[in-house]
Design a protein around this ligand. Structure first.
Ligand code: CO8
Length: 261
């Protein structure tokens, strides 16, 4: 696939990387770029061998510095609503993708960039990462899910503080708040992301897929229904060859050879 605003590559078998590639605009998301992310996800979904998706931004300054303000400035209200709704669907797709998505936040993750990171399953930040929802500075609200995901991640009071003041949060604080998992020196970020991706890619693919689904779907259910869903998934996984292989390998003291069956 050829993209104008993305680099989409397979780094190793099963491990894919999307790099949002508009460094001249600090990787700001315009509608064309979001459409390309959607198309890249089509490619991931068609690839049965895909195991982990990494997402980062080009250059050393920004992950994504938000929705593209120049593009939004010219939008009508209906175009703004469509851009918001379409991007929300694409970000929701990331949460529902059958493989884990790891954000490598290599600089500014503001507005739509913070919303993109929050839609990924795991967030690894470089020491230069800066998170924030500065939309109020522009006279608008978040439009890519930030007003809903931020309170779910960090709690209502902190979310409101960040949303109402637009305060920027550096990497260490982002970890404390639960916005990022770990912080690494910029030069190590990709390798650390790859290490985590390799660990995940070596596990039973069906187990990984359903663990992600359990956590993502379970969050929106009450505890009884969420635990019932877990039992169903647990039972379902007993039907897989990978369960038989994983348990046999443990008993036989050897490494499991999972086949995604
Ligand atoms: N959109 C378009 N261009 C941008 C953006 C952006 N979000 N951010 C930076 N750029 C451009 C700059 O205009 C500049 O371009 P040029 O060189 O042509 O002048 C270039 O990138 C470099 O930026 P700066 O010179 O500003 O770099 P600094 O190091 O001085 O500052 C900052 C970096 C702090 C990141 C600064 O660029 C900034 O504040 N950017 C805007 C951040 C922001 O407000 N993001 C939120 C946008 S709103 C949003 O995301 C809402 C999502 C919901 C949308 C709903 C759909 C309708």
């Amino acid at each position: 696939m050829n993209f104008a605003n993305l680099l989409f590559e397979q780094l190793e078998p099963g491990i894919h990387l999307i790099t949002i590639n508009r460094p001249q605009s600090l990787n700001a998301l315009d509608p064309a770029t979001v459409r390309e992310i959607d198309m890249a996800l089509d490619g991931i979904e068609r690839d049965e061998k895909a195991r982990v998706l990494l997402i980062t931004g080009a250059g050393s300054k920004a992950f994504v510095a938000g929705a593209d303000i120049v593009a939004m400035r010219a939008m009508t209200p209906l175009e703004g609503r469509d851009f918001s709704a379409f991007t929300q669907r694409v970000f929701r797709r990331l949460e529902r993708l059958r493989i884990p998505v790891i954000a490598l936040v290599n600089g500014y993750a503001l507005g739509g960039g913070c919303e993109l990171a929050m839609s990924c399953d795991i967030v690894l930040a470089s020491e230069t990462a800066v998170f924030g929802q500065p939309e109020v500075n522009l006279g608008v609200s978040p439009g890519f899910g930030g007003s809903q995901r931020l309170p779910r991640l960090v709690g209502r009071a902190l979310a409101l503080e960040l949303l109402l003041t637009g305060r920027q949060v550096k990497a260490d604080e982002a970890v404390t708040l639960g916005l990022a998992n770990h912080v690494y020196p910029p030069a190590e970020l990709l390798e650390r992301g790859l290490e985590m991706a390799r660990q995940i890619a070596a596990k039973g693919p069906q187990a990984v897929r359903f663990v992600k689904e359990l956590v993502q779907r379970g969050q929106d259910l009450d505890l009884d229904n969420a635990c019932a869903l877990e039992s169903e998934v647990f039972g379902l996984l007993f039907s897989t060859e990978d369960k038989a292989e994983g348990m046999a390998a443990f008993v036989e003291r050897r490494a499991a050879q999972f086949k995604n069956r």
